[in-house]
Design a protein around this ligand. Structure first.
Ligand code: HEM
Length: 225
């Protein structure tokens, strides 16, 4: 990729900026999304069996795992994923206004910047209902069209919509499915859902606040005879 950029005469500074953005995108939001998804599941442990049952067809006898099964044929796990990134997204799209535009009776002047904070969209009770503040693992099962809503934008939108979104989802679903197939997982004694760092906007998924964490116990599951 670097060679291709050099061949296009892109400057050293711009190449560094692009790589920085890519490394950062890969290394931050995806692992945080996995953390929050596991946290929500461990706080409703009956979901673990639901996931094991739904994902077991993805695990092949030859050791391979069918990623597309996890992506397309596991509605419950997918609904948990959608709900997790609704709850934990703290990004905002920033757009440069190129023409005077009227939205909802408000004039947006050419030359200004517009910020669209996702958290406010994701917690809008007009769209997500009275339970918008809490994790509902079935929310996107009961209403699959929510993913088409302009209020659900964990990956932004338009030309700069996150190109890593499919990879991020597949990585996290794979990690969670493998974890529950290989291990019994439980909280190391009851712990509340860790506080999220709400004071610091990020381009993606929220961090845990301060030293909060979630300790878990893992026990290897015995292979079925
Ligand atoms: C849960 C995981 C992730 C979340 C929530 C996330 C979220 C976002 C958001 C909100 C944007 C800005 C979209 C906009 O401007 O409207 C973005 C951009 C971007 N993301 Fe992600 N992302 C995730 C994972 C990834 C991964 C795994 C990669 C790379 C493999 C990636 C690569 C990028 C890149 C390159 C951009 C800039 C796109 C552009 O400006 O054209 N992201 N992401």
């Amino acid at each position: 990729m670097e060679n291709e950029m050099r061949a296009l005469d892109i400057s050293e500074d711009d190449i560094a900026t692009m790589f920085m953005a890519i490394y950062w995108a890969i290394n931050t939001s995806t692992r945080k999304a996995a953390f929050w998804l596991l946290t929500y599941i461990l706080h409703a442990p009956s979901l673990i069996e639901v996931i094991r049952e739904e994902t077991k067809a993805a695990f092949k006898d030859d050791g391979n795992i069918n990623l597309e099964h996890l992506h397309n044929q596991c509605p419950q796990l997918n609904a948990m994923w959608n709900e997790t990134i609704r709850m934990s997204s703290y990004a905002a799209s920033v757009r440069f206004i190129t023409e005077d535009t009227i939205i909802g009776g408000k004039v947006l002047r050419k030359g200004n910047r517009l910020m669209i904070p996702f958290r406010q969209l994701h917690f809008d009770r007009g769209v997500f209902g009275e339970t918008a503040d809490s994790f509902d693992h079935e929310r996107f099962l009961k209403k699959a069209t929510l993913t088409q809503s302009n209020n659900w934008r964990p990956f932004g939108g338009g030309n700069t919509m996150c190109p890593g979104r499919h990879m991020a989802k597949r990585s996290v679903l794979l990690f969670v499915a493998m974890l529950f197939h290989r291990f019994d997982v439980e909280m190391d004694g009851y712990q509340p859902i860790p506080a999220a760092e709400e004071g610091k906007p990020v381009l993606g998924i929220m961090s845990i606040k301060g030293t909060d964490d979630l300790r878990v116990r893992l026990t290897t599951r015995k292979a079925k005879a």
